[in-house]
Design a protein around this ligand. Structure first.
Ligand SMILES: Nc1ncnc2c1ncn2[C@@H]1O[C@H](COP(=O)(O)OP(=O)(O)O)[C@@H](O)[C@H]1O
Ligand SMILES: [Mg+2]
Length: 370
């Protein structure tokens, strides 16, 4: 670790309510948004680890609101788990460690915002789902998270990124990018633009169902990638979900849809060999079974009826975001090769087609679950 970082972490170590002395720190490789360190302390002669994490204030412009959301959500979950007499509480939900003066995060002289969590020991995250058992655990973890928050009373949580899943707005932004064609790239992406425009009818389906009062707003995670689920290293069982910055009001279908997008195809988001991009039915079944194991406790029939559709819609929406970014010159998603965002878009659209072919079967399977 660079000397500078070590000094920075040493300073941090004295700002939080940690009753120990910092020994060493390692950067945590996984994670693309925040800067995360695993830090070991000597506390009463025992080694104890914490997470120090720098909040990405370019993405989350209001760290106060983010941390208030995180605190409310984790406190609520803790109380519910306590009522259920769940053991191992600090591995079952993230625990925020406040600063010595009682704030939820620390802002240093450079305006960096840092927060601290209890380290969840003997658990790990994985980049990609390898087995159906893991898909089951991912579904179960996020379903349980939504379940535990389904009765959170009080003010609406703050929308940390407004309109995050507003499919209509995303679609209109794409149309504008196509019309302006600032980088003269539309000609390379003709097929993808046509695909996107032809799918306009799906754009408003969930928004309309919500506006008509058929599906409720709930509290959702909004970043339901597999690498945000901590699994017990021995049993492979889900312990808790992390990465709570985007927890906010939303539709549960957005969470489930993004799980389908990120767990059911054995490929990376930017796979070039499109033949390999496919919605795998065994993975979907395991994911849906895991999700329903916990979420069936609160989901209403209208929500269930859109579960397969949500996979298609969210995959499509991410696809049009990649396409838009390609057309405007790669300003949002970082690219590592020419046409990278177009490749990512193609992968998403291929997956959309694969889901479309299997959508009826997928929904029938979900309908058959208790
Ligand atoms: N409390 C924790 N205990 C142990 N590991 C953690 C904890 N919080 C985060 N991590 C690890 O750090 C990684 C990155 O953290 P995350 O909050 O997901 O940030 P990012 O937004 O950058 O993805 C996680 O995938 C997980 O492996
Ligand atoms: Mg993460």
């Amino acid at each position: 670790m660079a000397i500078y970082q070590e000094e920075r972490l040493r300073e941090l170590s004295r700002k939080f309510q940690i009753y120990g002395q910092i020994l060493h720190a390692e950067p945590c490789k996984i994670g693309h948004i925040n800067e995360t360190y695993t830090v070991t302390y000597n506390q009463g002669g025992v080694l104890v680890r914490y997470i120090h994490q720098r909040i990405n204030v370019n993405v989350f412009k209001n760290p106060d609101a983010v941390m208030r959301n995180v605190m409310r959500v984790t406190t609520h979950i803790r109380h519910k788990l306590e009522e259920q007499e769940v053991k191992d509480l600090t591995r079952r939900v993230l625990t925020v460690v406040p600063t010595r003066d009682g704030s939820l995060y620390y802002r240093n002289a450079k305006d960096e915002c840092w927060r601290t969590f209890v380290f969840v020991e003997r658990a790990q995250t994985h980049e990609a789902v390898q087995t159906t058992q893991q898909a089951f655990q991912a579904g179960k973890a996020f379903g349980n998270f939504q379940y535990l928050l389904s009765d959170l009373a009080g003010d609406r949580l703050v929308e940390t990124i407004p309109d995050f899943h507003h499919t209509r707005k995303r679609f209109e932004t794409l149309k504008k990018a196509v019309q302006e064609d600032r980088c003269n790239r539309a000609r390379i992406a003709r097929a993808e633009i046509d695909f996107a425009l032809a799918h306009e009818p799906i754009v408003d389906v969930l928004l309309k169902a919500h506006a008509a009062g058929r599906i409720p707003e709930r509290i959702t995670h909004n970043d339901t990638k597999f690498n945000n689920v901590m699994l017990d290293v021995e049993t492979g069982e889900e312990m808790c979900v992390v990465d709570l910055d985007t927890v906010m009001p939303g539709l549960v279908l957005y969470d489930f849809g993004d799980m389908v997008r990120t767990t059911t195809s054995p490929t990376m988001e930017d796979e070039l060999d499109l033949e390999k991009v496919q919605m795998g039915m065994p993975m979907f079944k395991a994911l849906a079974r895991g999700y329903m194991e916990t979420a069936s406790r609160f989901l209403i029939p209208a929500e269930r009826s859109f579960l397969a559709f949500s996979g298609k819609l969210i995959t499509f929406t991410i696809g049009i975001r990649f396409l838009t970014d390609f057309l405007v010159g790669d300003t949002y998603f970082r690219v590592h090769r020419p046409n990278h965002n177009l490749d990512r878009c193609r992968t998403q659209f291929k997956l959309v087609e694969s889901i479309e072919r299997q959508e009826d079967k997928m929904q029938k399977f979900v309908d058959g679950l208790a």
